[in-house]
Design a binder for this molecule. Structure first.
Ligand SMILES: Nc1ncnc2c1ncn2[C@@H]1O[C@H](COP(=O)(O)OP(=O)(O)OP(=O)(O)O)[C@@H](O)[C@H]1O
Length: 861
């Protein structure tokens, strides 16, 4: 029972304790909650936030009131339950008491109701009293509860209002703090803006930096491309640019430092203002709110400062790089600006240098060219001397221009003279270039004058007593007749040679006689073109004293050009020509113009005899090409045969065969003296320039090269000197030629021009007389220009000299070289008979003593 009672008390205490706690805690909670809530809100809010906080407090209070009501109701319900439980317990207890009483008193009053018990048992009454008391307490409690409810709501409301008022008061109290906050916010805003600006600037700088980088790299690459930074001058320029950029960077750094310091100062100021003790703030809650707000702001400011520091650091780096680049860019820009001027200067310098170098090179070139030409001249001279010494046949080549018979375009030209060497002929033979060596090559554009210039020295040597043979060789239509004869308007070698001889002999102290004969070999028959009498058949004969001659051949004295032209007219008229496929006026024969130059020194009585054989060969032709028939075919065959014989002779001579087949054809027989004798021989190979004749051209040039290698031996001069001892004073008509007393006797030892010399006095008269006689003899002839008989017995004098161009020089040279004279007493050499001098002398003396005999002898010839 007592236990049950204790548990009831415990329940009661619990209920009372809980209630008491609620009553006790509630204001605290409310206050604390309110404070916390308000505190947290007021950190970030202003007056409006305070109102909001109050609203929240109201709401919270309401919620808590409802909660308390709910608890109170629950407690009441618990109490009701407890009461009813107690009632049941009491009833059960009474029933048990009754049963016990009945057992003890034997009274079976089991059928009595419990209500009767209540009235009969004193403990029960006690219990009932207790219950009643509890009931009253309950009622009291209910009353108290209602009372509390009413008081509680009013006190809460008043508390809330108090709080609200307090908050409003706080709001008024915090105006200054708010102001400060506002200021701080402004500062923060300002700082934000500053940071934003810095960020923007930073961005801009980065952008510019990027651009600068691109520009700088472009400029650098451009300058590298142009090789502008490679020179030492550029490097020094760049160095100076670097130095200037460094200084500008330093100055910019200083500026930046100042800016930074200013910013730091500002931040410190803000910090100071942030950390200032807030004496004006009243109230613990407000202080809390303020301090928490300040803390947040401090944190924020700290963060901002950190951020700013970072940004400044970044911007420092970026700025440094940017300024460096900017400086470099500026310097480069300056450099680029200066570049045209610098380039102009450089260009002009380079131009000057180039001009100077060019001038030097030109001068050097000129010098070299001059040297080269000198060397070439010397080489030519030496070569000529060598050729003279060896007696080689000289070979010239002339390319004729394209003619209508070629029927080709200009691009078919396949033969040319090497532009650097006029001794080389290039032939493009089916795409392959063949080079041929000659002594001199004449291009298509060469003139008759140019050609003659090269042969004039040879022609002059005739005057000095040399045998000279110039013959033109080549396929039909290649220009042989043009070169040798030429048209009247532009004469060839023949006429020019005679003209030169006239000119050269005219001004000499020697007296010369020039005669000419013209003949042809047509179909292996020799014909005198100056005397076309068919009965007059010409044959080549060997003179008893050696040497070849053609008995019966008209030999006409010519004294001027008109004589020559008349002669040529006759010859041209009589020469056999015909029109062929290859040449409209093709020469069908080999034509020989023989010019004899007899010289007499009236002072010394010395005589010279030179022959100039000018041969225009008939052209070789391919019958298949020329389509020759009948007479033309026969002519072609005959021409080709004689040319083949010429080839054989050349072959034999070149290979130094013991037997040279001169007599296989009239042509080679006639040319024997020139090819194998002591003659100066020149062959002009004529070639056609066009492709269709390329094989003939190659053959001609190959033949020319073979001929070029033939060594004939040194040519000899034919001069005779008057032996003073043989001259008899007082015998004016006598014509005597003397030989040197001994092989060492020379003209130099002969006082030729000395007035004291009896030789000079005596020898002139007979010679002049002889000339007179010859010319009178020729006048007797029926031929248009007369016939001369110039053949005389001569000694053959071998010299090692080269001919001189003018007689006086020649005479001098003869004098100088007389010591080298070799006289072979007998025997034939090189086709000339070397006559025993004493026999010759006696014969000549005999002849001279009897002019009639001489004349008769010449007549016979
Ligand atoms: N150097 C030249 N300049 C101008 N025309 C030229 C020249 N050489 C040759 N001819 C011309 O070429 C043609 C043939 O020349 P030419 O009669 O001299 O040849 P060719 O070799 O004598 O022939 P053929 O052996 O048949 O007699 C002529 O009409 C001639 O006028």
């Amino acid at each position: 029972m007592s236990q049950r009672y204790n548990s009831l008390r415990l329940n009661y205490n619990c209920i009372g304790g809980q209630y008491g706690k609620i009553l006790y805690i509630s204001p605290g909670l409310a206050q604390n909650d309110h404070t916390t809530e308000v505190g947290s809100k007021t950190v970030t809010s202003d007056k409006h936030n305070v109102q909001e906080t109050n609203a929240l407090i109201q709401e919270e209070t309401k919620k808590r009131t409802e909660h308390l009501e709910r608890i109170h109701k629950d407690t009441l319900q618990d109490k009701d339950v407890t009461i009813s439980n107690l009632r049941e317990l009491i009833l059960e207890h009474e029933r048990k008491v009754f049963e016990l009483e009945s057992k003890t008193e034997g009274n079976s009053k089991f059928g009595t109701t419990p209500s009767s018990i209540q009235t009969h048992s004193s403990p029960t009454a006690k219990l009932l009293d207790q219950i009643d008391q509890l009931q009253r307490e309950k009622e009291h409690l209910l009353y108290k509860l209602s009372e509390y409810e009413s008081t509680n709501s009013s006190s809460y409301s008043s508390q809330f209002h108090g709080d609200f008022d307090e908050a409003v008061q706080m709001g008024s109290c915090t105006t200054d703090t708010e102001k400060e906050l506002m200021l701080m916010k402004r500062d923060k805003h300002y700082l934000d803006q500053e940071i934003k600006k810095l960020k923007a600037e930073n961005q801009k700088l980065r952008h510019i930096l990027g651009k600068c980088g691109v520009v700088v790299s472009q400029v650098v690459s451009h300058e590298k491309q142009n090789g502008l930074i490679s020179s030492p001058g550029d490097r020094t320029l760049l160095k100076s640019v670097h130095i200037s950029s460094d200084s500008s960077v330093i100055s910019l750094d200083q500026q930046l430092l100042l800016l930074k310091q200013e910013l730091d100062y500002q931040i410190n100021e803000i910090e100071k203002s942030d950390l200032k003790p807030d004496s004006q703030v009243s109230g613990g809650k407000l202080t809390h709110v303020q301090s928490s707000g300040k803390l947040g702001l401090e944190q924020e400011v700290y963060q901002l400062k950190e951020e700013l520091r970072k940004k400044i650091l970044d911007s420092d780096i970026v700025n440094t790089a940017f300024f460096q680049l900017k400086a470099a860019y500026v310097s480069l820009k300056e450099e680029v600006k200066d570049m045209p001027r610098n380039m102009g200067m450089l260009m002009s310098q380079v131009q000057k240098q180039i001009q100077q170098t060019l001038a030097e090179v030109n001068a050097k070139n000129k010098e070299l060219v001059e040297k080269y030409l000198r060397e070439m001249k010397l080489r030519k001279k030496l070569h000529n001397e060598l050729v003279d010494l060896k007696g080689n046949i000289r070979v010239f080549c002339r390319i004729r221009p394209s003619i209508k018979e070629d029927g080709t375009e200009e691009n078919d030209i396949v033969v040319s003279v090497d532009s650097n060497d006029d001794t080389l002929v290039a032939v493009n033979n089916n795409g392959k270039t063949q080079m041929f060596d000659v002594d001199k090559a004449f291009s298509m554009n060469s003139s008759q004058t140019q050609v003659f210039e090269e042969v004039s020295s040879l022609v002059r040597s005739v005057i000095d007593g040399y045998n000279v043979c110039i013959f033109a060789y080549g396929q039909t239509g290649s220009g042989k007749t043009f070169t040798m004869e030429g048209p009247q308007s532009d004469p060839g070698i023949n006429q020019r040679a005679l003209q030169l001889l006239f000119e050269e002999t005219k001004s000499s102290e020697w007296q010369y006689e020039i005669t000419a004969s013209v003949m042809e070999i047509y179909n292996e028959t020799m014909r005198d073109l100056l005397n076309v009498d068919t009965a007059n058949k010409l044959e080549i004969r060997m003179k008893p004293e050696g040497g070849l001659h053609v008995p019966g051949l008209e030999n006409v004295t010519v004294t001027c050009l008109s004589d020559v032209n008349k002669l040529f007219d006759i010859g041209r008229r009589n020469r056999v020509t015909a029109s062929t496929n290859m040449n409209e006026h093709s020469s069908r024969s080999h034509c020989l113009l023989r010019v004899t130059v007899t010289g007499l020194n009236p002072t010394t009585g010395s005589k010279s005899l030179g022959y100039l054989n000018l041969v225009d060969l008939a052209g070789s032709e391919r019958v298949s090409k020329s389509m020759a028939e009948g007479a033309r075919l026969k002519e072609a065959q005959s021409i080709n045969k004689s040319l083949a014989c010429l080839g054989d002779v050349i072959h034999a001579l070149r290979n130094k065969h013991g037997h040279v087949p001169y007599r296989n054809s009239k042509l080679t027989y006639l040319l024997q003296d020139s090819l194998g004798g002591d003659s100066k021989t020149l062959m002009i190979v004529q070639v056609s320039p066009v492709e269709k004749n390329v094989s003939e051209t190659v053959c001609t040039l190959t033949f020319g090269q073979r001929v070029r290698n033939i060594e004939l031996g040194t040519a000899t001069r034919k001069v005779e000197t008057v032996k003073s001892s043989l001259l008899t004073p007082g015998r004016p008509t006598s014509f005597s030629l003397s030989l040197p007393a001994s092989p060492t006797t020379s003209e130099a030892s002969t006082p030729q021009a000395s007035p004291r010399s009896p030789l000079s006095m005596s020898s002139s008269t007979p010679q002049l007389n002889t000339r007179k006689r010859v010319s009178s003899a020729s006048q007797k002839l029926s031929t248009p220009v007369g016939r001369i008989y110039a053949s005389s017995s001569l000694t053959s004098v071998r010299t090692t000299t080269t001919p001189s161009s003018s007689p006086p020089t020649t005479a001098r040279r003869l004098t100088n070289l007389a010591t080298k004279q070799e006289v072979t007493p007998t025997s034939k050499s090189n086709g000339y008979s070397m006559i025993n001098k004493s026999n010759l002398a006696s014969r000549l003396v005999k002849s001279a003593s009897s002019p009639q005999n001489l004349s008769a002898r010449i007549d016979r010839r």
